[in-house]
Design a protein around this ligand. Structure first.
Ligand code: F3S
Length: 129
C-alpha cells in the first residue's frame, strides 16, 4: 500500500514558500537623480532594471548575493530586511517598477547633476517613471 513519505510534501512546500519569500535587495531613494550604475556591472544575474533617473532591482531575479552593496557611491542598496522604516515603500516600488522597466547590464554615465543630488534625502517626488 502506498504510503506518503513522512514530511516529503510538506518539506517541498516549505522550500517553495521560502523561495517565494526569498529575500531580495532593494534600491532606496538615494539612487533617485543619481543613478551612478556602478552596481550594474557586478550583478551576476542581471537583476537591475532602468528607469529615467532611478534603477530598481527585480525581486524575482535577485539572488541576495550582496555584491552590489559596496559598489554604490551613495549607499542606496540594502538587503530587504535592512530597509529603514522611512524607506519601506521602496520594497513594493522596486517590485512594481521592475515589471515595466528594461534590463540594464552595463555601467553608463550617471545623471548629469548626480553630484548635486547625492546627499539629498526625500527624493521620491523626483522619481520619473
Ligand atoms: Fe543607483 Fe547606486 Fe546603482 S546610485 S544606479 S544604486 S550604484
Amino acid at each position: 500500500m502506498w504510503q506518503r513519505r513522512p514530511g516529503s510534501h510538506d518539506q517541498r512546500y516549505t522550500l517553495q514558500q521560502n523561495k517565494l519569500h526569498a529575500m531580495t535587495h532593494v534600491v532606496l531613494e538615494s539612487c533617485i537623480r543619481c543613478k551612478y550604475t556602478d552596481c550594474v556591472d557586478v550583478c551576476p544575474v542581471d537583476c537591475f532594471r532602468e528607469g529615467p533617473n532611478f534603477l530598481t532591482i527585480d525581486p524575482d531575479e535577485c539572488i541576495d548575493c550582496a555584491v552590489c552593496i559596496p559598489e554604490c557611491p551613495v549607499n542606496a542598496i540594502v538587503p530587504e530586511e535592512d530597509v529603514p522604516g522611512d524607506q519601506q515603500h521602496m520594497i513594493a516600488l522596486n517590485a512594481e517598477l521592475a515589471k515595466n522597466w528594461p534590463s540594464i547590464t552595463k555601467r553608463k554615465a550617471p545623471q548629469p547633476d548626480a553630484e548635486e543630488w547625492k546627499d539629498k534625502t526625500g527624493k521620491l517626488g523626483e522619481l520619473i517613471r
